[in-house]
Design a protein around this ligand. Structure first.
Ligand SMILES: NC(=O)c1ccc[n+]([C@@H]2O[C@H](COP(=O)([O-])OP(=O)(O)OC[C@H]3O[C@@H](n4cnc5c(N)ncnc54)[C@H](OP(=O)(O)O)[C@@H]3O)[C@@H](O)[C@H]2O)c1
Length: 273
């Protein structure tokens, strides 16, 4: 699918987690290419700010609701999401690209009973809600014979990092689920793309107390992600040097991995609200 498009019949990209960070940058990158957008997140005001930036990127002073549709929603409410997705397909047709990008990241201490609730929240947000995001579009895309379903995973899904059990497990689960879906949809015309970011400078990484090699700004990340989605790549680690890190981590024997990781600084636990 070519991301450079006919202005009279623009394709549609649906992006979750569009109120911040990577999702907001992806939205602007698609806006620059002239796509119609569906932006999803919990915070309506922040979604509105992304929509405004997208409109400006398209050379418009105000947000045109026929070009940018906002769905302020908590994706953990999976029934409400299914209804919203159905209404969207009725009104605008099935999007060409759907990106399950929304996610959260908190460290957990598995010795603390209260962190099990945080682990569940991370798993539900990063795995179940991501699959629920894509689900309503599988049948319409298959019937149409084209479309791209995208999941934003993480290099952290490759191995278990200390203090990050829930996040690593959620992203590993997502990587495997997307692989299952990719194989299921083989020969259907529908592509399934797993994007695995390294480090990107967003609110999600702002409190990381450890070095973040090859850190990318969100707009630079988004441009690379769009190329990978456009090419229909099965799995893309961005930036590419993190693919090397990721492969090395994957094959490192446990006898080397464990002492290397044991001393690393940990992702902070979720602050008490
Ligand atoms: N930044 C990195 O270095 C990095 C690395 C690897 C993977 N990732 C992944 O990239 C994705 C985007 O992360 P980011 O860095 O851009 O983080 P971010 O700036 O914190 O953005 C996260 C987005 O997810 C949305 N979200 C979270 N829970 C939601 C829910 N239940 N319902 C609806 N929306 C929800 C948030 O919107 P609201 O708060 O408005 O709901 C926000 O727009 C995540 O899946 C993350 O795991 C990021």
């Amino acid at each position: 699918m070519n991301t450079r498009t006919d202005a009279a019949h623009p394709p549609t990209a649906l992006i979750t987690g569009a109120s911040s960070g990577i999702g907001a940058a992806l939205a602007q990158a698609y806006a620059v290419q002239g796509w119609r957008l569906v932006l999803v997140g919990r915070r309506a005001d922040a979604l509105g700010a992304t929509a405004k930036a997208c409109a400006q990127a398209q050379g418009l002073q105000t947000v045109d609701p026929m070009r940018i549709r906002l769905i302020p929603l908590d994706l953990l409410q999976t029934e409400a999401w299914r209804e919203q997705a159905g209404a969207l397909v009725q009104a605008w047709g099935c999007p060409q690209v759907v990106i399950a990008n929304a996610g959260i990241s908190h460290g957990v201490d598995l010795a603390r009973a209260e962190d099990l609730a945080v682990a569940r929240e991370v798993m539900d947000s990063n795995w179940l809600a991501a699959l629920a995001t894509l689900a309503p579009f599988i049948t319409p895309m298959r019937a149409r014979g084209n479309g791209t379903l995208v999941g934003v995973a993480s290099v952290a899904g490759v191995r278990g990092l200390p203090g990050h059990a829930a996040y690593c497990a959620s992203k590993a689960a997502l990587i495997h689920a997307l692989e299952s879906l990719r194989v299921e949809l083989r020969d259907s015309g529908v592509r399934v793309v797993t994007i695995s970011p390294g480090y990107v400078a967003t609110p999600l990484t702002a409190d990381n107390p450890f070095p973040m090699p090859f850190l990318l700004q969100p707009d630079a990340f988004a441009r690379r992600a769009l190329r990978a989605i456009d090419a229909g790549r099965a799995y893309a680690t961005i930036p590419w040097p993190m693919a090397v890190v990721s492969k090395l981590l994957h094959v490192l024997p446990r006898a080397w991995y464990d002492p290397l990781m044991a001393g690393q600084r940990r992702k902070p636990r979720k602050p008490k609200s």
